[in-house]
Design a protein around this ligand. Sequence first.
Ligand code: ZN
Length: 66
Amino acid sequence: MANPKKRKTHSGTRKGRSHLALKKVTLNKCPKCGHALKPHMACAFCGSYRGKAVLKIKTKKTTKKK
Ligand SMILES: [Zn+2]
């Protein structure tokens, strides 16, 4: 097995890990309802993709009278 010959310095370790940061998730707004969306995904809130309805969304039955 290959082994490192020398111990890595603190700065060398930190420099290498500077590339490991996670990227922020990009979010767009649904043009129909304004809900936050990942790009290239249908809106799970209103079921539309690029302005067209592509999903059937089950809505909770809400009673108006209480
Ligand atoms: Zn939507």
